[in-house]
Design a protein around this ligand. Structure first.
Ligand code: AMP
Ligand code: MG
Length: 424
């Protein structure tokens, strides 16, 4: 099978899932209740449009504490207005402001009829029953017109949106308590390897804890899926097959970690092939993560991610995230790249694109002789011991991309940086 570039491999995943599984995904919906448990909506994909139940703001709303005035009476400093009442949040003044009058107003209160401006409390003083202005006002100051934020019936959230605290606030504001959201795809996670013990066990001298099932569960959840951690599989054809069968039975998609290189105990591809799997790629020109496998088995997508912890993380981000987004009924989002200035030269070798653990910062530097500041992202690759080095990615906050076609980079060059989801 030919080795694909990471861009082509990602496009292949998107193509295959779009054509084979995404339409079923769109029809599977669930409901979240943001009146009872708003946090349960976090990260979910909206399966309907949400419209405004009334104009927002519902009335001309003051955004300051002060006085509601007629601008024509209050053009100049020193104007003196008769105070005739108060409008506060929740309780409006029900009269009319006539010439020479004003009404005390508080933030969130309705601007009374007759008034067309608000002067801030700080620019006034009270003298007996009058308010004296220390500044002139213009019409329309310090309030938001009814319906200016949105009109009744207007779409305020669109199907396919991912719900963050901002969207949850909008649904709450318009009283749309029962939100229809895409059902989260169930993603089974099977780590493989005779050396693995569970996280809460004490490893023997040559054993290690299974950290990949933990990181993958977190990544699945961040991507919008529901992780199902299966017991890990031994490097044994029968055990592996039993775990794979069970994982596929229980889920919409299967993630395997480990066992995809060329070693004699790397049995994942063999077992999948015996089960009749179809493969779309089994190597990608990317490091870490070159031996990553993507195929289809028993009607479901399957990823075989390399077992080195950083390889597992990177290949999940590059290839499995769009799969989960599509299985959630969501359009796959582009990879979260930004450009940054490289802090030091880099030389990487090999016929692959590299994703190096790195740290991006935003220092403010002096830009012009006038002392203006510019903030330019600067990225530094971190020393690492290779793709088993979890500490290196913990110290980092991103991955620096060194493209295969451009492996010798100078300090000060603009480079692509893949931000780490969940951090930014
Ligand atoms: P493999 O891809 O199976 O050849 O494994 C590559 C490296 O990753 C080996 O050093 C494994 O011990 C390590 N590894 C494999 N699976 C896991 C896992 N689930 N958690 C942590 N390390 C792992
Ligand atoms: Mg292994």
């Amino acid at each position: 099978m030919v080795m694909l570039s990471f861009e082509d491999a990602r496009a292949k995943v998107i193509d295959m899932i779009s054509s084979r599984a995404a339409s079923d995904a769109r029809s599977r919906v669930a409901t979240v209740d943001i009146a009872r448990d708003p946090a349960s909506a976090l990260g979910r994909i909206l399966a309907e449009d949400v419209t405004a139940d009334r104009n927002y703001p519902p009335f001309d709303r003051s955004i300051r504490d002060g006085y509601a005035v007629r601008a024509a009476d209050a053009k100049d400093p020193g104007a003196r207005l008769l105070l005739i009442g108060e409008s506060r949040a929740g309780v409006a003044f029900d009269g009319v402001v006539s010439a020479g009058q004003c009404v005390r107003i508080l933030t969130g209160a309705a601007v009374p009829r007759g008034a067309n401006s608000v002067i801030m409390l700080e620019h006034t003083r009270v003298e007996g029953d009058a308010v004296v202005l220390s500044q002139g006002v213009r019409p329309g100051q310090h309030y938001v017109l009814a319906g200016a934020e949105c009109r009744i019936g207007e779409t305020v959230l669109t199907q396919g949106a991912r719900l963050s605290f901002t969207e949850i606030a909008m649904a709450a504001e318009v009283g749309h308590a029962q939100l229809r959201v895409a059902r989260r795809p169930r993603v089974a996670i099977v780590s493989t390897g005779d050396e693995l013990v569970a996280v809460d066990q004490t490893p023997g001298p040559y054993q290690i804890r299974n950290s990949n099932s933990a990181s993958l569960a977190a990544q699945v959840s961040l991507a919008g899926g529901e992780p199902l951690i299966e017991p890990s599989a031994r490097d044994d054809v029968d055990d592996l097959r039993a775990r794979i069968e069970r994982g596929l039975d229980e889920s919409d998609m299967l993630l395997l970690s480990g066992g995809v290189s060329v070693g004699r105990y790397d049995l994942v591809e063999t077992v999948l092939r015996d089960m009749g799997a179809e493969f779309f790629f089994d190597a990608v020109a990317v490091r870490p993560g070159k031996p990553v496998v993507f195929g289809w088995c028993r009607g479901k997508p399957v990823f075989g991610l390399p077992g080195n912890p950083v390889s597992t993380m990177v290949t999940f981000e590059l290839f499995a995230v769009p799969a989960i987004e599509l299985l959630s009924g969501f359009r796959p989002q582009p990879l979260p790249f930004i450009v940054a200035k490289l802090a030091h030269p880099i030389f990487e070798k090999g016929d692959v694109a590299h994703f190096l653990p790195a740290r991006v910062k935003w220092p403010a530097t002096q830009a012009g002789a006038d002392g203006t500041l510019a903030v330019v992202p600067v990225v530094e690759a971190l020393f690492w011991e290779g793709s088993g080095d979890i500490g290196a990615v913990v110290r980092g906050n991103c991955f620096l991309l060194v493209q295969q076609s451009h492996q010798q980079l100078e300090a000060g060059e603009w480079v692509d940086v893949l931000l780490r989801r969940g951090v930014f």
